[in-house]
Design a protein around this ligand. Structure first.
Ligand code: ZN
Length: 264
């Protein structure tokens, strides 16, 4: 099971999970599962669950259990016992055709899905698929970047604390659409809360120059690239955005402060 983050905010985790206890394998499940869990297995009702419990101590002589073991390599639960939050980006009522397409389903966290988006719509027609995080045309990552802004002649070299700059978005394309998107999911406020992460990156960048990283690399005999991943976080170098919380935010800021180069 891979834990991924919300496709809208990239802050909270959105992992699917099965509502059952942990078992080594199917045989262990048959031997130990309480009735409540047995009932979640596909094809098992009240009568069969009781029968499994009655016969599990003598399972070699139980036809039912032997049948189940030979037909189940994994613990297949009824769908209703597997949980995953999915948002319908486009309202099903007004766009019945798009509502069926895959890009309309977006794994999203409780806050984005229920608290903030609710029934609000930000896609008005078929040509706006690029606003859906599960569309291959989704353009948020390229069209919008997190950026630090300074005043009073301050710049990156004079930042001492998080009040020395403001965090905002810079728009390269589709400004109106993404302003609305950011507004709906309250991405500004939710990321301003994490301004400490910016200071964290800036501090580390000052502490570890490339030559120092190279020196450490020589001493411990681990590649410079690996040392950088260990110090600054591997999500800056190798992760899909949706795999790790706040990857886009950290990557955009790391580029903005020239900790990593634009093509990373
Ligand atoms: Zn979210």
């Amino acid at each position: 099971m891979t834990i991924k983050t919300c496709y809208f905010c990239n802050i909270d985790f959105v992992n699917s999970f099965n509502d059952r206890d942990d078992y080594h394998d199917f045989l262990d499940f048959i031997k130990r599962a309480k009735k409540e869990d047995l009932l979640k297995l596909k094809g098992i009702g009240d009568v069969k669950a009781d029968k499994i419990i009655a016969e599990r101590n003598n399972l070699n002589n139980s036809q039912l259990i032997q049948f189940l073991i030979s037909n189940n390599s994994s613990i297949n639960l009824e769908d209703k016992y597997s949980h995953f939050t999915l948002d319908h980006v486009i309202d099903k009522g007004s766009h019945p055709l798009i509502a069926l397409s895959l890009y309309n389903f977006v794994p999203s966290c409780y806050s984005c899905n229920s608290k903030f988006k609710g029934s609000k719509q930000f896609i008005d027609n078929d040509l706006m698929g690029y606003l859906s995080p599960t569309s291959e045309n989704f353009s948020f990552n390229n069209d919008v970047k997190f950026k630090l802004y300074f005043h009073n002649k301050k710049d990156i070299s004079t930042i001492k604390n998080k009040d020395d700059y403001i965090l905002d978005f810079h728009y390269f394309k589709n400004k109106n659409e993404y302003e609305k998107y950011i507004d709906i999911f309250k991405l500004k406020g939710r990321y301003i809360f994490h301004k400490d992460e910016v200071m964290n990156l800036i501090d580390k960048k000052e502490r570890y120059s490339q030559s120092q990283v190279d020196e450490i690399s020589n001493i411990v005999n681990i590649s410079s690239q690996q040392i950088k991943k260990d110090i600054f976080g591997k999500e800056l170098f190798e992760c899909n955005i949706e795999d790790v919380s706040m990857t886009k935010f950290k990557k955009d800021i790391a580029k903005d402060i020239k900790l990593i180069n634009e093509s990373s």
